[in-house]
Design a protein around this ligand. Structure first.
Ligand SMILES: Cc1cc2nc3c(=O)[nH]c(=O)nc-3n(C[C@H](O)[C@H](O)[C@H](O)COP(=O)(O)OP(=O)(O)OC[C@H]3O[C@@H](n4cnc5c(N)ncnc54)[C@H](O)[C@@H]3O)c2cc1C
Length: 190
């Protein structure tokens, strides 16, 4: 605690761009801060939060937009991703795939690439799944449900990062400022 406070004080005394917020700074240090709580950021936060070896690490996920209810069902969203088997396995490891499975997705069983100037073509996936098409909102929903169960992960909505300062040779922590004036420091910004 004392060590962190000294590090924070040092950063905010020496970094020019944070001079103005120095007085307002309330001293919040995290081991890891993730900027952006979309599909990738939330999955990352969840993966860190569910890793037993990292359970002592404090993680902060900052998402610019408001927390929104996910209404999956009815009309399909046009924002989808094709995730490969490794990504599916990652989602399984962080207990999120089951939420997708219980909802909806489509499996790509075969892929054929044809040449425009000849009859040549190549086919992938004779016996195995190639990928899974999942709506972006559904992935975010699935990982958001699980990240909330991680005690060492704090998720902040309406938290838009407006400035940050990366470590240099003199100090080794990162300073982050939100557009609402709140400030944080961390050892690793992702
Ligand atoms: C209409 C549409 C259709 C698509 N279709 C396909 C498809 O068919 N197949 C495919 O593979 N991919 C598709 N994509 C792309 C796919 O959605 C993206 O690759 C994927 O969403 C990237 O995820 P991400 O988490 O990196 O970024 P995003 O989903 O963009 O998430 C970034 C998050 O960061 C937040 N943020 C931004 N700035 C800040 C800040 N300063 N501070 C804090 N938070 C911030 C945003 O609010 C957002 O929640 C499509 C995209 C769109 C828009």
């Amino acid at each position: 605690m004392c060590h962190n406070f000294k590090k924070q004080l040092y950063l905010f005394e020496t970094c020019y761009i944070f001079k103005d917020v120095n007085k307002k700074f309330v001293g919040r240090h995290y081991d890891i801060v993730i900027a952006g709580g979309g599909m990738v950021g939330t999955s990352l936060a969840c993966t860190l939060g569910k890793n037993a070896k990292l359970k002592e690490k404090k993680v902060l996920l900052l998402e610019a937009s408001a927390s929104k209810p996910f209404n999956i069902g009815g009309k399909y969203s046009n924002r989808v991703v094709s995730i490969n088997k490794s990504s599916k396995e990652l989602l399984e490891r962080i207990d999120s795939w089951k939420h997708i499975e219980q909802s909806r997705f489509a499996t790509v069983k075969q892929l054929q690439v044809s040449d425009a100037l000849s009859d040549a073509f190549i086919t992938f996936g004779e016996n195995d799944d190639i990928s899974y098409i999942v709506e972006n909102d559904l992935i975010v929903k699935a990982v958001s449900v699980e990240v909330k169960k991680c005690e060492n992960v704090n998720v902040l909505y309406n938290a838009k990062v407006s400035e940050y300062i990366l470590p240099d040779y003199e100090n080794n922590i990162v300073g982050i400022k939100l557009d609402n004036g709140d400030s944080y420091t961390c050892d690793l910004l992702m």
